[in-house]
Structures are given as C-alpha cells and as structure tokens.
Design a protein around this ligand. Sequence first.
Ligand SMILES: [Zn+2]
Length: 151
Amino acid sequence: MHLLSRPEAVIRYGAINDGQWPEEKEWLTTVAVPPAIHLTYEKKPVLHLTCNKDMAGPLELALKSIIERGFAKELRTYGGCFNIRPVRGSQSIFSWHAYGLAIDLNPDRNPLGGASSWSDGLVHCFKEEGFVWGGDFHGRKDPMHFQWGIG
Ligand SMILES: [Zn+2]
C-alpha cells in the first residue's frame, strides 16, 4: 500500500472530530516489540505498540531490519504511537499519531526541533519500508518521529 496524503487518509480512515475517531476499533491493532529490542516508557518495559493496521506490517519489517543490521541498541525509549491530537502548535491539522500512523522513539535524545541521535543505518531501515522520517521535515525537524503518511 502506498503512503496516503492527509485528504486520502481522511477518506480511508474516516474523519476525526473533537478528539473522537469513530472508526478507531476497526483500524487499530497491536504489534509485539521483538525481544531483541528493549523499549521503555517511564522506565517500564514496552512489549506492545498500538498502531494502525496499515502501518503494522511495515513497522514489523523495519524493526526486523534494525535487529538484523545491528541497530537494536539504539532504540531505548518509546514516545507513543496512537494518540488523538493535533500537530503540536496547531489547532486544526491532525497529527498522524491520531490515526496510529506515526511512532515516536527516543524522544529524550531527539527533541522536537533539535538534533537527531540516530545512525543513518537505523533511519534507513524505516525509510526502506516506506516511512517518512521527521528529521527530513523541511520546517521544524522532528527526529523522534517516523510516520506512515505524506505531509
Ligand atoms: Zn511523532
């Protein structure tokens, strides 16, 4: 499946209004974090991620490549995936997180608007599976952020 633009995403997944996404149950699934990856959230281990069904396959493949190529140690903290909210600093533009189509990783080392902690190899594992990396954004960089959507 190709990456969707925002208008295409609204058509496929249904609109989000007032923080409510009526089709949420039809689209969300859980992805098990592979044992070779040790992610924590508030110092507790994260064993499953809740994300959109359309992103689950590419995410699993990206994590598999990360392990196979020796980058698993870079992944340390989880910053969230599914979360209904607008883009930070915006009232109206929905975040890809609202559809479970984005994941934030190592937020402590990759602050919004700041520098990236990632190796090129790790970023490549995500891009190879079709993800757009927030560190490539033209405006405000968001290096913790990998999304399955355009714009
Ligand atoms: Zn994000």
